[in-house]
Every structure is written in C-alpha cells, then in structure tokens.
Ligand binder design. Structure first.
Ligand SMILES: Cc1cc2nc3c(=O)[nH]c(=O)nc-3n(C[C@H](O)[C@H](O)[C@H](O)COP(=O)(O)OP(=O)(O)OC[C@H]3O[C@@H](n4cnc5c(N)ncnc54)[C@H](O)[C@@H]3O)c2cc1C
Length: 558
C-alpha cells in the first residue's frame, strides 16, 4: 500500500504551497493531481496578488479593512487579519523564489489598482500572474523532491473512527484504484466554476474536493456566495481581467455613459465586484445594453500600455471576437467566476474531521465572506496553503499509525463497476451537465428570487435522479475520461445543491447574494455564516457566528 505522512490533493498554488511547507518540516509529503500541476486553474489567474507593503506607505490594516468591507461584513476578521498581515512577507518570498513580478519605472516591484481598494496594492506579472507563480512553485517542489502522482483522480477519502487516514484514487493511465494511506490529507482541489454555464473557470474546476469532504462529513460554509465577475466575454464567458479597469478602462452602456457614476460615484469601475456586476446587470435588464452586454473601453490607455500590461486579454479579444482593444471597445457581461464558500476550516486549515485539512478555493476560512476582492484569492492560496502545510505536518508527526484494510478500495471499485455496467439508455453526462449549468446561471446568478431558487432546487433534484443512470460509453479502464466526467458530474450536482439550499436560507441581500424579496442587508438576523452538512436526510443547515475583531459593520458604499 502506498503511504505518506502528508498527502496533498491538488497541484494548484494552494496545494503546491502546502506541500512545500510540509516537506520543509521534514515529513514525507506527496501531491496527487488529476492533471499535470502546471495545468491547474491557478495557471489562468491574470491580474495579480494583493499585499500592503509598508515601504510604499501602505499598511495591512487598510488592506484588512477593505477586505472586510468587500466581504460585506461576512468575512471572519481574525482570518482576514492573518491574510493581510502575512501578505507582504509572502510577496517577498515569492520574489526570492523566482517569480518575475513586473517592475515600475524606478525598478521596484510595480503595483496596479484593483477593485474595492483605495491603494494600488496588486503585484502582478503582466496579465499572466498565476502562470508565473505556478511555474515557480512547481520548480520549487521539484527542487524539494516532493513526490507527485500526476493524473491520479481522487475518488474518496478514507475515514475511520471519524478520522481521515488517507484516500482512494484512480490511477488514470492504468485505470486501477489504489489506497494511499496518509496521516494527514490536505484538500486543495480548487473551485467549482463548471457547475455554471458559462464560467471563467477551466474544465477541471468541478468541485471534486468540496463534494468529497462534504460526503465525508466535513461541513461547508458560505456556499450561497458565488462571485460573478463583471467582465467576461460575450458568448463564451472567457475572463477579461479586472486589471483592465485597474489600468483605467471604462465601462459604458449603449448610450455611451459611464454608468458606474450612478452606482458607485467614488470608486466608479473599481467598486467591488458584486456592486459592478449588479450595476451591469441592471443596465442590461433596463435595456441600456449592447446586445446583452455592456462595453469595456480601453482605447484611451493607448496601444503601448495595452501591449505591455494587458497583452494576454488583447490576444483573447482578437482571437474570440476579432477586436483590437486599442481600436474598439469589447462587449462584456457578468459571468460566474469564483466560489467564496467551501470546506469550513480554521486559520490553520483544519476541518472538523481530524486529519483532514483544506486550503485554497475549495476551502473556506471565510476571508472572502460575501464577496472576494480581486487579487485576494491568489493571496489566500499562498497564505493558507502554507499554514495548512505546516499544521498538517505537525499533526502527522504526532499521529499514531493505523492499519487500513486493502479491502476499503472495493467500495469505490464496486461503484465504478456499477457505472460501467449501465446500459446506454440514460442521458449523457454532457446533457445533464449542460442543464445544470444553465439552471444555475438562470436562477443562482447576480439577481436571485425565492421562486427562481425553488425552481433550481426542483430541477437539481430531477437531474440528480437522472444522474443515477448516466451511461459511460467507453468501457475500457485505461485513461477513461468518460468515467471521470461521470464522477465529476456527481460532485458538481452535490455542490450545486448546497449552493441552492444555502441561498434559499439567506433571507437578505449581502455581498454576491442578492434576493429580490429581501433587497437589504439585515445584520440583526443574518450576520452569520450558513453551514451545510451532509446527512442521510439530505443537506442540513446550521449557523456559525461571524468573528469580529476591530471593524463593526457599516453601510457599504463605494
Ligand atoms: C480565469 C481566472 C483568472 C483568475 N485571476 C485571478 C487573479 O488575478 N488574482 C487572484 O487572486 N485570483 C484569480 N483567480 C482565482 C484564483 O486563480 C483561484 O481561486 C486559485 O488559483 C485557486 O487555486 P487552488 O490551488 O485552490 O486550485 P487550482 O489551481 O484550481 O488547483 C486545483 C488542483 O486540484 C486538482 N484536483 C481537483 N480535483 C481533483 C481530483 N478529483 N483528484 C485529483 N486532483 C484533483 C487539480 O488537478 C488541480 O491541480 C482567477 C481565476 C480564474 C478562473
């Protein structure tokens, strides 16, 4: 049986940062990833990573306050303080590791403005920051000789006596299921964007780890908080980074008005994402749209700046719409981008299941609360990746070894065999997935209603039932991507259900969650997290108080 002290699931930034830290403390560490690590979604991050460095007159308290305000006072302030306090050191460490951050005219690390923040504190590598960071983190991991199980797919967690003792995973190239025993497991499986259609997220963002931890008994929190990014491309939902607005781009309606004047007179286009997305959707709904979109205008930035700092999005606009950003505005609209909620953890990444940790987008320490600030997510992966790696290593050192029976694998084996043995009558995974994506985008988006969410819940129930008989066309075991799609769809349906039941529960509007019937924030009744736990009777909800340290809730305007 394969065996490690700490096993990290996920080769994105959170996973690799966690693995590096655990390895540093001398325990035996391995990483599993369903794709080659550098193909993780972290690779797609464009705009940058936030940190308040004191040598430029910035301070972490301002960053923390703006993060709290951005979260619409749902973020846990103890965790936000850690995030912002440790950010400066993390940036310097990344630079020392080899991340080639863009410089300013004086040769110092350059920063750009990002939404919801008064100071320009976003460090960046042109508009491919995630790629630059992930490549460096991967190199560091090779240097540290961390073992990687590449193209291995997690199918379940091994939980015995209420504790996590490892995982069952499918080695894709052979099609065999294996147990990997571990004293501590860190879930770093990223987001769930693909349960919406369209989304800015890569095809692999299917919420696997969120669903598997949930099935294993770990509660999820803040699941109703789904971020729609204000600038995604018409038709396909590809992201146009917030850095475009950070560098000075305007948002215009069909009348050529900079409509953000009406919604956020101070911060304009750089208000927080929930605010800008709602403003755009209002313009679109009230028919001041351009073919279902608003326009993002970069022309006044000039060709040189666009090429130097935003070359990637210029390429994207050219490739998909034939638009040269220096010549014409590009049509954009709000699109699903990020899941604020996830597996509930403490500030060291620990879940309530002993031996199970989580970090990155799949986790929720609730630093983002109701709405994440742009460029705070990469920071989240690095800070809480490191902390969970450290904590898991300590835990694994103290843990007594436990025998696991090889036969534990047969549960997953039987499940796979049952899927393979199905006839061809049911709906394909692609069909169910598409219906789920459209349903979520229709009803669990920028503006929500109780009726719409109810429809979504019913629809998901039906899809879950039909899912029980999805056929798998490829009956072989070697690199069977059909099977993976089918398993991923099951994860996505579980996640979708938790989003919808949590959203139906929250009877107010806060951050990304806007309910037409309850248009105001209601601190008296709803300044609390909604947690959702998997029980035999279905998802069961509970409340967890918000941690407040120094910032009392205030009216939120930009
Ligand atoms: C287009 C785009 C641009 C973005 N830009 C920014 C930005 O500029 N700044 C910012 O702060 N944030 C940005 N974000 C958000 C940020 O990039 C992500 O939240 C973050 O990178 C997630 O990192 P992660 O390590 O948690 O997960 P990921 O990078 O998504 O990695 C997940 C890993 O888990 C593995 N995995 C998943 N399921 C399984 C399974 N079943 N078995 C085995 N392995 C599995 C995958 O193989 C992968 O290695 C952006 C997001 C997108 C989509």
């Amino acid at each position: 049986m394969l065996e490690h002290d700490v096993l990290v699931i996920g080769g994105g930034l959170a996973g690799l940062r966690a693995a590096l830290e655990a390895q540093k403390s001398g325990v035996d560490v391995a990483v599993i990833s369903k794709v080659h690590p550098v193909r993780s979604h972290s690779n797609a991050a464009q705009g940058g990573i936030n940190a308040a460095l004191t040598d430029r007159g910035d301070n972490w308290e301002d960053h923390a306050y703006e993060t709290v305000k951005g979260s619409d006072y749902l973020g846990d302030q103890d965790a936000i303080e850690i995030l912002c306090q440790e950010a400066g050191q993390a940036i310097i460490e990344l630079e020392h590791m080899g991340v080639i951050f863009s410089r300013d005219e004086t040769g110092h690390l350059g920063t750009r403005a990002f939404g919801g923040q008064q100071k320009a504190r976003t460090f960046f590598v042109a508009d491919f920051t995630g790629q630059a960071m992930l490549q460096v983190m991967y190199e560091q991991m090779i240097k540290a000789r961390v073992r990687v199980y590449e193209e291995w797919f997690l199918t379940s967690l091994v939980i015995e006596d209420g504790e996590c003792h490892g995982v069952v995973a499918l080695e894709m190239i052979t099609g065999t299921l294996q147990i990997i025993k571990a004293k501590a497991v860190i879930m770093a499986t990223g987001g769930l964007g693909r349960l919406y259609e369209p989304t800015t997220n890569a095809l692999i963002c299917t919420g696997d780890g969120i669903a598997l931890a949930y099935r294993a008994g770990a509660p999820l929190i803040d699941m109703e908080m789904v971020q729609y990014h204000p600038t995604t491309l018409k038709n396909n939902g590809v992201l146009i980074t917030e850095a475009a607005r950070g560098e000075g781009a305007y948002l215009l309606n069909s009348k050529g008005e900079r409509f953000m004047e009406k919604y956020a007179p101070n911060m304009m286009e750089l208000a927080s994402r929930d605010v800008v997305s709602r403003a755009e959707q209002t313009e679109i709904n009230e028919r001041r749209d351009v073919d279902g979109c608003v326009l993002l205008d970069l022309r006044h930035l000039g060709r040189e700046k666009i090429h130097e700092r935003l070359s990637y999005i210029n390429e994207v606009s050219m490739d998909f719409l034939g638009i040269d950003l220096a010549e014409a505005p590009v049509p954009v609209r709000p699109g699903m981008h990020y899941q604020m909620g996830g597996i509930k953890t403490d500030v060291n990444g620990a879940t309530i299941v002993p031996g199970l940790y989580a970090a990155g987008e799949c986790a929720c320490v609730s630093v983002h609360g109701g709405n994440r600030l742009g460029a705070n997510s990469l920071l989240d992966t690095i800070i809480f990746g490191r902390r969970s790696g450290e904590a898991a290593a300590i835990y694994s050192r103290e843990k007594v070894d436990k025998q696991i029976l090889e036969s534990r694998v047969s549960q997953d084996e039987n499940h796979l065999k049952e899927i393979m043995a199905r006839g061809d009558n049911g709906d394909t995974p692609a069909k169910i997935r598409r219906e789920m994506g459209v349903t979520m985008n229709d009803y669990a988006a920028v503006f929500r209603t109780t009726e719409g969410m109810g429809i979504a819940r019913e629809k998901l129930r039906g899809l879950k039932e039909r899912y029980q008989s999805v056929p798998v066309q490829d009956k072989g075991r070697v690199f069977n991507t059909n099977i993976l799609f089918a398993l991923e769809l099951g994860f996505m349906l579980d996640c979708a259900e938790t989003i919808v039941v949590s959203a139906l529960e929250r009877k107010e509007s806060r951050g990304a969650h806007y309910m037409a019937e309850y248009p105001q924030r209601d601190d008296e009744n709803w300044m609390k997290h909604i947690s959702v736990k998997n029980t035999p009777g279905g998802p069961t909800l509970d409340y967890i108080p918000v941690t407040i340290t120094q910032w009392q809730p205030q009216v939120r305007s930009y």
